[in-house]
Design a protein around this ligand. Structure first.
Ligand SMILES: [Zn+2]
Length: 239
């Protein structure tokens, strides 16, 4: 569901077209709302309502918190998230404050980064399918025309006089790792579960689900359909 399609904003917060072809730049923001660290996390939903109701311009393609991502606008739309660079970029935001990365609980940060990286992967998948662009897990470089290329940029880098988000404490390494999907908290937790199951089965304990582990998982965790699907996903990705 596209949130602002179903919840028309009080004033214009997007154009359904783009004046410039996307270059593969994904701009990372913090929404500067008070984080909702008591799960379920209502932060992203609260930011979505704020954007729907606000009387000035300010929006993103996605807003992520610890347990969900709200898609505010389609990736093909122009959102109003970074002055001078809106028409060719994608904007993704975390529902926290730029200054608070060092204050927040580590596991909470892990969950937020995981969701934000998931939004980044969705954006990158759209760029790949719609524009044939691959977005690397690295910082976007500024091109000769002033437009940035494929990769990630902070809002602060693109509008240094007015913005500091996502903040000097933003865990870029962790974000890039999660974007590559090789060490995100959820995949680490899943790998631990696979290892536990492998020990139980007496097969090689490598954290990679093969046919025996998946077969056992099918009989032991049939109620956890989503989890099983993820185990299959890991299997497909690694075997
Ligand atoms: Zn921003």
């Amino acid at each position: 569901m596209i949130y602002l399609e179903h919840n028309p904003p009080a004033r214009r917060q997007f154009y359904t077209t783009r004046n410039t072809k996307p270059t593969g730049t994904i701009v990372v923001h913090t929404a500067e709302n008070r984080p909702d660290t008591d799960l379920p996390d209502g932060g992203a939903e609260a930011v979505a309502r704020f954007i729907r109701d606000r009387s000035d311009a300010g929006s993103y393609h996605t807003i992520s918190d610890a347990d969900s991502t709200v898609q505010l606008g389609q990736f093909g739309w122009t959102m109003f998230h970074v002055r001078g660079h809106n028409s060719y970029t994608i904007g993704i935001a975390a529902a926290v404050r730029a200054a608070e990365w060092t204050d927040l609980d580590d596991s909470y940060i892990g969950q937020v980064i995981d969701r934000l990286a998931g939004a980044a992967r969705s954006a990158a998948e759209w760029l790949r399918v719609a524009h044939g662009i691959t977005v690397p897990a690295s910082t976007a470089k500024r091109g000769p025309g002033g437009h940035y290329g494929p990769g990630f940029a902070s809002h602060a880098a693109l509008d240094p006089d007015r913005r500091t988000d996502p903040g000097p404490g933003f865990p870029w390494h962790r974000f890039f790792d999660a974007y590559r999907n090789d060490s995100s908290p959820s995949s680490k937790a899943l790998e631990a579960q696979v290892r536990q199951l492998q020990r139980h089965l007496g097969v090689t304990v490598d954290g990679i689900a093969g046919p025996i582990t998946i077969g056992a998982a099918t009989t032991t965790v049939t109620s956890q359909a989503g989890r099983l699907e993820t185990i299959h996903g890991i299997s497909k990705a690694t075997r």
